[in-house]
Write a protein that binds this ligand. Structure first.
Ligand code: DX5
Ligand code: ZN
Length: 232
């Protein structure tokens, strides 16, 4: 239950999660190890089905390979798929720690959140830039994490959409201490400060980490000055 502890009870904030979407897939194990050595807290896996978003990426087999290669790593799986319920059991079996799915795919998310919890994983709810924040507000209590997308999902390397910070500001004061607010898309040295100031405490970045040669510097910049948190 490492993930439950890391996500619900982190010892420092913000957490930084490299998205392996911009990693060199031919050297994936080494890439992941290098970011962990450079201070990354968890790994973000972007799962795309070619329907919910116009791209195809990775599935449970890749997750299982990472789990085998790195037994201790915390795997945060972001499901950008039409039917996330189909993938709870396969990703649980593949060693995922956390599953986030989209409110646009599952407008009534309570049952799926329960299913993810019953499988022993933490659960997150994501919201796309065009979707009104009121879609997620009734469901905050049930989830361990809210993911505010700051690009339209599908590809790494897109420009940050600053308007989504209003959503972060609406959600942040409504969350408990054991819930995380994750930002994903176009987060880099120029945009991260606004994310942190708005209340994000889990920062995802693909190109801003894997597009550099100094992973530690990139991760340190994204984290800023972390707050140490008393754990209970
Ligand atoms: C976008 C994915 C993101 C993406 C981020 O659809 O959900 O996780 O990989 O890439 P950057 O950080 O390059 O915007
Ligand atoms: Zn993502």
């Amino acid at each position: 239950m490492v993930a439950r502890t890391l996500i619900t009870n982190p010892t420092r904030r913000p957490l930084v999660a490299p998205s392996i979407l911009s990693a060199d897939f031919a050297r994936l194990g080494d890439e992941v190890r290098a970011t962990l050595d450079a201070g990354a807290d968890l790994m973000h896996l972007d799962v795309m089905d070619g329907h919910f978003v116009p791209n195809l990426t990775m599935g449970p087999a890749l997750c299982a390979s990472l789990r085998r290669a790195l037994p201790e790593v915390v795997l945060d799986v972001h499901l950008m798929v039409d039917d996330p319920a189909r993938f709870v059991a396969p990703f649980a079996a593949a060693g995922a720690d956390h599953l986030t799915f989209h409110i646009e795919a599952v407008p009534e998310p309570a049952a799926l959140v329960r299913e993810i919890h019953d499988a022993g994983l933490t659960a997150g709810l994501a919201i796309n830039p065009p979707t009104d924040v009121r879609a997620v507000l009734p469901h905050l209590d049930a989830v361990d994490l809210v993911l505010v997308m700051s690009v339209n999902p599908g590809f790494s390397g897109q420009a940050f959409i600053p308007e989504v910070l209003d959503k972060v500001r609406a959600v942040a004061p409504r969350l408990r201490d054991d819930q995380r607010l994750e930002m994903d898309g176009g987060v880099n040295a120029r945009t991260v400060e606004a994310c942190r100031a708005a209340g994000c405490d889990l920062i995802v970045a693909a190109s801003a980490i894997f597009g550099t040669t100094d992973y530690r510097a990139a991760i340190d910049t994204l984290r800023g000055r972390p707050i140490s948190v008393e754990t209970t």
